[in-house]
Design a protein around this ligand. Sequence first.
Ligand SMILES: Nc1ncnc2c1ncn2[C@@H]1O[C@H](COP(=O)(O)OP(=O)(O)OP(=O)(O)O)[C@@H](O)[C@H]1O
Ligand SMILES: [Mg+2]
Length: 218
Amino acid sequence: MDELRAEAVRVEYADLVAVRDVDLVVHPGQLISVTGPSGAGKSSLLWALAGALRPAAGRVLLADEPLGNREQAAARGVALVPQGNGLASSLTAAENVLVPLLSGGVAADEAYRRTGEALTLVGLEESGNHLIEELSGGQQQRVALARAFAAQATVLLADEPTSDLDAANRERAVAALRAEADRGAIVVMATHDPEAAEQTDAELHLDEGVATWVRTPV
Ligand SMILES: Nc1ncnc2c1ncn2[C@@H]1O[C@H](COP(=O)(O)OP(=O)(O)OP(=O)(O)O)[C@@H](O)[C@H]1O
Ligand SMILES: [Mg+2]
């Protein structure tokens, strides 16, 4: 099977347990949310699912194979949209989307086409030539999403992708995440936003690292 599977994943920082033995299975086509208060462990769980940190115990599997480190996971199509966006502030919006595609070996004409489409998807077709530092926080967040959409990921992990967005742009972002799932991606979104969470197929709630399903995946 092609699912993303966390088995008893535990994330620790020194003596703090941030994620406590979480089990999770997400299938291609599913969009699920991870909710919970600030400090509950949402980002830590996403980083573990991205291969960006190594669990203290448990393991993460993609298609029945251990996920590997961040580089290996990225090579398998695991994209992470980090909280706070992770963009290069001295590049333009379009360059932030385009450069990773080109450096990942996508042909130039295809990379330009995907960049234009992804910026249009998040409503930023007019802003491609703006430097990141000239954009608002919400616009930057939309560029970070566009970059992930352009990558056509197998697994898309979005950490609070709508926290700085108004209602209309939140709806657009959630619809675009849904479209990623519909084309067959595994999509996991961490969010504080109940209106974003309720549009997902299932909601895993974290509290002090302990996970409970608010809604289970069907
Ligand atoms: N690099 C780190 N070193 C030490 N402790 C950390 C580190 N990163 C996170 N923590 C701690 O781990 C816990 C979970 O943090 P995490 O960032 O996963 O929470 P979160 O649910 O994403 O919160 P938020 O909603 O504020 O983004 C918190 O108590 C936090 O202080
Ligand atoms: Mg977080």
